[in-house]
Design a protein around this ligand. Structure first.
Ligand code: G
Ligand code: G
Ligand code: MN
Ligand code: NA
Length: 251
């Protein structure tokens, strides 16, 4: 179809971009990592958000080459920040991956190649999966095991919204849980926010609160025990150059 053809052109002609949203520590607000988020700089339609093309890419299988580009670009950029800024650079980069990518038996080898070619140490890469990604079948479980063997970190995204997340945690060890942004509002359903941070502590994994938009939400989540957060209150997703400017402003 037309979108698929245009996406192939986008890949071939370099129209895809990555923006990076800071993840910060609570309560300090220090940069602890970034999440890479794809955009499409379309020649006629301007900057297109992932929600408007990632589903097409998934449906057509183009998410496999698109995701390969995302991974390589995120690793390259993060290695470059480390070369330039050392310890002031974001410690980790998180990359969202789709079920189709994890089902591809070549995925772990592609991750290994992206790390090797960029020089980024494996522990600086976090792969974000959702519940639906992780129960995708195929060689998914095997792939996740291979990624952990490489030393890549796994984060369970949008946590708290699914149906079988607890089963999943038992079967697939992760390094981080991201509380879905629907649980950030105060007053809100903080039974879930409380349970998730306690679960993370019991499992010995990091807990990140997402979608934090106000100082009240940040303080509330910190008081519950969240040690990291992400959201418009701290910073919006931004171009790589703006991340560099933010690092330089603090240095
Ligand atoms: O920026 P926005 O809120 O429109 O993002 C919508 C969704 O797109 C999010 O759930 C995010 O995880 C997903 N997304 C962003 N970048 C990527 C990417 O590089 N690959 C995949 N598979 N999903 C992405
Ligand atoms: O599904 P995932 O968690 O990967 O989605 C990340 C998306 O959430 C990004 O597209 C980002 O733009 C969006 N996002 C980040 N911070 C906030 C926030 O504080 N509020 C809202 N509503 N969306 C946010
Ligand atoms: Mn995510
Ligand atoms: Na999320």
């Amino acid at each position: 179809n037309r979108v698929a053809a245009e996406l192939r052109t986008a890949l071939a002609e370099g129209q895809l971009r990555l923006h990076y949203q800071p993840v910060v520590t609570l309560p300090e607000g220090t940069l602890s990592g970034v999440e890479a988020l794809i955009r499409w700089q379309h020649p006629e339609r301007g900057l297109i958000a992932p929600g408007d093309f990632v589903p097409h890419a998934e449906a057509t299988g183009l998410i496999v080459p698109v995701g390969r580009w995302v991974l390589r670009e995120a690793c390259r950029q993060t290695a470059a920040w480390h070369a330039e800024y050392g310890a002031a650079a974001p410690a980790t980069v998180s990359v969202n991956v789709s079920a189709r990518q994890l089902q591809d038996s070549r995925f772990a080898a592609e991750v290994a190649a992206a790390l090797r070619d960029s020089g980024l140490p494996a522990h600086r890469l976090t792969v974000e999966i959702t519940e639906s990604t992780a129960v995708g079948g195929g060689s998914t479980a095997e792939t996740l095991g291979k990624l952990r063997d490489l030393g890549v970190r796994i984060s369970l995204d949008d946590f708290g919204t699914g149906q079988s997340t607890l089963t999943l945690l038992a079967e697939c060890p992760v390094d981080q849980i991201k509380l879905d942004r629907s649980f950030a509002p105060v007053p809100g359903p903080d039974v879930i926010a409380t349970a998730v941070v306690q679960l993370a502590r019991v499992l010995g994994v990091e807990a990140v609160a997402e979608g934090v938009e106000t100082p009240e939400q940040a303080e509330h989540l910190r008081a519950l025990g969240y040690e990291q957060a992400q959201g418009f209150h701290f910073a919006r997703p931004m171009a790589a150059g703006d991340i560099a400017a933010a690092i330089e402003a603090r240095a």
